[in-house]
Design a protein around this ligand. Structure first.
Ligand code: ADP
Ligand code: MG
Length: 284
C-alpha cells in the first residue's frame, strides 16, 4: 500500500537539506525550435514562444500531444538548443544542462539494480559530492515519505513510490528550477491525486520554481499558479490563465469546475495531433 498519511514534508522544513532552495526566475524570449527529419523535412516544433516564470512560481504547460511541451522543457533543461530566441534562468543564459535545473519524466527511470537509497545518491556519486551530502539522503527520503523503503529495489515499489524516489533524486541536487514532464501520467487516478499533493508539499518545502507539463486539466488547475495553453502546428503560447483559486483547492467547487469547462473548451478548439484544424474556432 502506497501510504502517505504518516508523511508530511513540512516536518522537515528548515532542517538543513530540506530548507527552501533559492528559486530562479525563468525567461523564454521569442524561442523557436525547428527539427529536421532524416528526409530533410522540417518540423517547426515551437514558434516564437515567450514566457516568464517568477521565482518560486508553479506554472503548468498544457496542450495536445505534439504541441511542443517536451521540446520546451528540453530547451529549458539545456538538453537542446533553440533555433531562435533565447532562454535565461536567474538572468543567466541557458547554454547547457545544469544541476540547478532538475528534470523528472513520466518514466521514473530509476536504476533497477540499485536500492532506492542508492538511486537517490546516484547523482551525488556522479558529481563527487556524496561524502559531503550523505547526511542529506535520509532527509530527502523522509521528505518524500520513503524512509521505510530505502533498501527496496525499484521492482518492489508501486508506481507512486517509484515516482517519489525520482522526485527525491532530482531534489537532492537542490534545483532552483524543477521541470516535470507528465511525471504523474502513468499513475492511476487515485495515486495521481495523492501524488499531486506530494508534489505540492515538496514545492512548498523546497521553494523551487516548477514547470509542470500535463495533459490533465484538473491537475493543472489543482496545482498551478498559472496555466499556459499551447496550441500545435506550430507550438505557440495560445494564452495564459492565472489560477486565482485559494489553496488547498477543492476539485468539485463551482469555481474549479467553471475554470475546467473554460479550459476544456479552449483546448477542444485548439485541435490535436491528428486534427486537420477543423476543430479550430471559426468566426464565432
Ligand atoms: P509534446 O511533448 O507536446 O507531445 P513534443 O515536444 O514531443 O510535443 O514534439 C513537438 C513536435 O516536434 C512534434 O511534431 C514532434 O514530432 C516533433 N519532434 C520532437 N522531437 C523531435 C526530434 N528529436 N526530431 C524530430 N522531430 C521532433
Ligand atoms: Mg511530451
Amino acid at each position: 500500500m502506497d501510504k502517505l498519511s504518516d508523511f508530511d514534508p513540512r516536518d522537515s522544513e528548515g532542517s538543513g537539506a530540506a530548507a527552501a532552495a533559492e528559486a530562479s526566475s525563468l525567461s523564454i524570449i521569442g524561442v523557436c525550435k525547428t527539427y529536421r527529419g532524416f528526409d530533410g523535412a522540417e518540423t517547426l516544433a515551437l514558434d516564437n514562444v515567450s514566457l516568464t516564470v517568477a521565482p518560486g512560481e508553479l506554472v503548468s504547460l498544457i496542450g495536445p500531444s505534439g504541441c511542443g511541451k517536451s521540446t520546451l522543457l528540453r530547451l529549458i533543461a539545456g538538453l537542446e538548443r533553440p533555433t531562435g530566441g533565447e532562454l535565461r534562468a536567474g538572468g543567466e543564459p541557458i547554454n547547457g544542462p545544469s544541476a540547478e535545473r532538475g528534470l523528472v519524466f513520466q518514466d521514473p527511470n530509476l536504476f533497477p539494480w540499485l536500492s532506492v537509497r542508492r538511486n537517490i545518491e546516484s547523482g551525488l556519486v556522479a558529481r563527487g559530492t556524496l561524502r559531503r551530502q550523505r547526511g542529506e539522503v535520509a532527509e530527502f527520503l523522509k521528505l518524500v515519505g520513503l524512509e521505510a523503503f530505502a533498501d527496496r529495489h525499484p521492482h518492489q515499489l508501486s508506481g507512486g513510490m517509484a515516482q517519489r524516489a525520482a522526485l527525491a533524486r532530482a531534489l537532492i541536487n537542490h534545483p532552483k528550477i524543477l521541470l516535470l514532464d507528465e511525471p504523474l501520467g502513468a499513475l492511476d487516478q487515485f495515486t495521481r491525486m495523492k501524488m499531486q499533493d506530494v508534489v505540492l508539499r515538496l514545492w512548498r518545502a523546497r521553494g523551487a520554481t516548477m514547470v509542470l507539463v500535463t495533459h490533465d486539466i484538473d491537475e493543472a488547475i489543482y496545482m498551478s499558479d498559472r496555466i499556459i495553453l499551447i496550441t500545435p502546428h506550430p507550438g505557440r503560447v495560445d494564452r495564459e490563465i492565472t489560477v486565482v483559486l485559494e489553496r488547498p483547492r477543492v476539485r468539485n467547487s463551482p469555481q474549479f469546475l467553471a475554470l475546467r469547462a473554460q479550459i476544456l473548451e479552449l483546448l477542444h478548439f485548439a485541435g490535436g495531433e491528428d486534427g486537420d484544424g477543423a476543430g479550430r474556432r471559426t468566426g464565432r
